[in-house]
Every structure is written in structure tokens, then in C-alpha cells.
Design a protein around this ligand. Structure first.
Ligand SMILES: [Zn+2]
Length: 218
């Protein structure tokens, strides 16, 4: 039996977005209009087999849906963009749209047990993030959760940073900073989610971004 280990999720740059005005949603996230939507352009940089990606998508979609947010998952090819093509991965990024890399090599900012990372770009109000596939495989071998479920939950955690900033960690839920047995066991029973407060801040964050983009186009 291996000893207990944790995987830490780090954000590489400290940055906090200010809280915006509330938009009149109830606690369940039920909205009168369409739900706030986040789009992920997922790039399988490590060329891993696609088997775990569908369950990863399912788990990430479930976690955001639990918070009243629709997640659109685009499988995008690595490589150069061809502007003007009809490929949704190659259009200009939307206000609540992010690149999400699935990598098999550690980045420069990685710590030994890193599961995910976020690069926040203050000037452009856009960041990108990634998850480290070998760490998900290692954790899945140790705990009762699948590789896909762990990847999906780690992706949700990093998207949490992209919307809520580097200081978005919480004492419970999917934004807990250092994952160990409790988190992986909850992942296995679809029990790792954003807290109610974070869900509200995420919905407001997405709506603020989308509203700002609409105002800028006027
Ligand atoms: Zn984190």
C-alpha cells in the first residue's frame, strides 16, 4: 500500500478580480434566461489516448452544471491557428472561453505532485490553464476515482482560477488547494463541487465578462 499523497494545484500568478454586482439568480442557479456558458478549447498536447477524455468532459460538465453553468467542451487540435476557417477552435476567443491543455510533460512552474496549473493574464483578462495527465493516472491508481473523473475535476478547479483568480481556494469543495484522499473519494461519487458561494461568483464572473464584451462591441 502506498503512503498517502496529495496533488497540489497551483496558480502561477496572484491575481484577484473584484466582485461585481449580483444579477438576481437564486441559490440553485436557476436563471430566467439562458444559463451562463463557459467554453473550453481542450488541446490534447500529450497525445494521450482519447478514452479518458469523454469521462473527463462528462465530469467537468457535471460540476459546472451543478453550479448553474453550461460548459461547452471543444476538442481542439494542437498547432497553428488558421484564421478565417470555420473551425470553432480557430475563431477569436469569446469572453468566457479558455484554452485548456492536457499535458504529459511538466511545465516550468510545476511542483512534484502538481495536477493542474493556471496562467492568468491580467492585461487581456484572459488566462489559459492545463492539467497534468500522468498525475491523474497516478492518483486514479491510488484512489477510487477514474482518470477521466480526476481530469474533469482538475479541469473544473483550474477554470475556477481562470474566472475567480489565483486566490480562489476554499476550505472545501473542488477549489480545495491540496487534494488528498477526501477529495479523490468525493470525485469517485460525483461529490466534489464548487461551494454555493463560489457557484454564485462564477455565474456572476461569466456574466460580467460576457456583458463587458457586449458593451465593448457597441
Ligand atoms: Zn488551485
Amino acid at each position: 500500500m502506498k503512503g498517502r499523497s496529495t496533488a497540489s494545484l497551483v496558480a502561477s500568478l496572484a491575481l484577484t478580480w473584484g466582485a461585481g454586482p449580483g444579477l438576481g439568480r437564486d441559490r440553485s442557479g436557476a436563471a430566467k434566461g439562458p444559463r451562463p456558458t463557459i467554453t473550453l478549447r481542450v488541446v490534447n498536447e500529450g497525445g494521450i489516448e482519447r478514452g479518458p477524455l469523454k469521462p473527463a468532459e462528462k465530469e467537468a460538465v457535471r460540476i459546472f452544471s451543478h453550479s448553474g453553468i453550461d460548459l461547452v467542451w471543444l476538442n481542439c487540435d494542437p498547432g497553428q491557428a488558421v484564421w478565417g476557417s470555420g473551425n470553432p477552435c480557430q475563431r477569436e476567443l469569446g469572453p468566457a472561453e479558455f484554452w485548456m491543455r492536457i499535458v504529459t510533460r511538466r511545465t516550468a512552474v510545476a511542483t512534484a505532485d502538481m495536477l493542474g496549473f493556471t496562467d492568468l493574464d491580467e492585461s487581456q483578462d484572459h488566462g489559459s490553464a492545463g492539467v497534468y495527465y500522468p498525475a491523474a493516472v497516478k492518483m486514479a491508481a491510488q484512489w477510487h476515482a477514474t482518470v477521466g473523473e480526476i481530469l474533469g475535476a482538475a479541469i473544473a478547479h483550474e477554470v475556477g482560477h481562470l474566472i475567480l483568480g489565483a486566490n480562489a481556494h476554499s476550505p472545501s469543495g473542488v477549489m480545495f488547494a491540496h487534494w488528498g484522499r477526501a477529495q479523490f473519494e468525493r470525485i469517485g461519487i460525483s461529490g466534489l463541487n464548487f461551494t454555493a458561494d463560489q457557484a454564485r461568483m462564477l455565474r456572476e464572473g461569466v456574466e460580467r465578462r460576457t456583458g463587458k464584451a457586449v458593451a465593448a462591441r457597441r
